[in-house]
Design a protein around this ligand. Structure first.
Ligand SMILES: [Mg+2]
Length: 313
């Protein structure tokens, strides 16, 4: 007997929040910090270099990825925060003086000086931003929390404390920071969907492409599947027999493994989501897209009805 429990795992940045609106604040704070404390040059000069680098990436969207452990984790143009991160990384890599200064500041860490630097800037400065939640985020989360058949979770590559702090603004409590709010939700923090593992021996079976570690999207784009950390976390959530629906604003980081593992994946078509990724998600039987966050409860209903029709429940 398969469990009837349904876990709806909802990404945080860009899914619950207007990432496209918050990114300007993030960039401003991060560039100021970088200019003043790490690179020691006038902020205006760095902003100019940053804007030029960002334009170069937008002009060549297939060429720029967020690279972790030598493997592409996602394309730079897949998210507003991501474009900020990869623009900063590219700018630091392309300028020898910048690389030297960053190496001095982050001598030994998890992913090398440049990625460590951008991770540091991201965590530090998104923590300080008051996010703009998408329409009815609070009501929809509460609806899921109160639904007896659904267990909602929040998924994030950020640290759980940032998400906990911001959900408290909606009077929603979390397991990261216990409090007395009536409504509580669990956070899967620091899930490292970007943690690429070049030594991972696992191959996925795909009906058309066979045994693969990278999946082609079209002639220009592909996504690397070697994300052993995220894979283990999803497996763990599946272990009790729960059905899983993952909801996010991007396919590469949070979406591709759920799709490959037969879970349902819902992608919100935020302003920055590229058309190729929308077409790709739609091509899966277990892939769905919604125009905005308001459409999520209906989509979850639709997926659950589909399961009954397919006798999967
Ligand atoms: Mg996101």
């Amino acid at each position: 007997m398969i469990s009837k429990k349904v876990k709806v795992i909802i990404d945080y940045d860009g899914t619950l929040t207007y990432e496209e609106r918050d990114v300007a604040k993030l960039a401003k704070k991060a560039l100021k910090d970088l200019a003043e404390n790490i690179l020691h040059l006038p902020e205006a000069k760095l902003v100019k270099i940053y804007e030029q680098t960002k334009q170069k990436i937008l002009d060549n969207p297939t060429k720029f990825s967020w690279v972790v452990n030598g493997l592409p984790a996602c394309y730079a143009v897949e998210g507003a925060f991501l474009l900020n991160t990869v623009s900063t990384q590219t700018m630091l890599r392309d300028n020898r003086k910048f690389t030297k200064a960053v190496t001095k500041f982050f001598p030994k860490g998890d992913y090398g000086p440049i990625v460590d630097c951008t991770n540091y800037l991201f965590h530090k400065h998104t923590f300080g931003i008051v996010p703009q939640f998408r329409e009815k985020t609070k009501e929809i989360l509460i609806q899921f929390i109160e639904d007896k058949g659904i267990e909602p979770y929040i998924l994030t590559c950020s640290k759980g404390d940032k998400v906990a702090k911001n959900l408290a603004r909606l009077n929603i409590g979390t397991d990261v920071k216990p409090n007395s709010f009536k409504h509580q939700i669990s956070i899967f923090g620091d899930t490292r969907q970007y943690e690429m593992d070049p030594n991972w021996k696992y191959f996925f079976n795909h009906s058309k492409h066979g045994q693969i570690q990278t999946i082609p999207i079209n002639k220009k784009y592909s996504i690397d599947l070697r994300r052993s950390d995220y894979f283990k976390k999803l497996k763990k959530e599946q272990a009790d027999g729960s059905r899983i629906i993952v909801v996010a604003d991007m396919v590469s980081l949070p979406g591709i493994l759920p799709l490959m593992m037969g879970m349902d994946f819902v992608m919100i078509k935020a302003q920055y989501v590229p058309q190729w990724s929308i077409d790709f998600v739609k091509s899966w039987k277990n892939g769905w897209t919604i125009n905005n966050f308001l459409e999520l409860p209906k989509m979850v209903d639709k997926i659950m009805n589909q399961w009954f029709l397919d006798n999967k429940l």
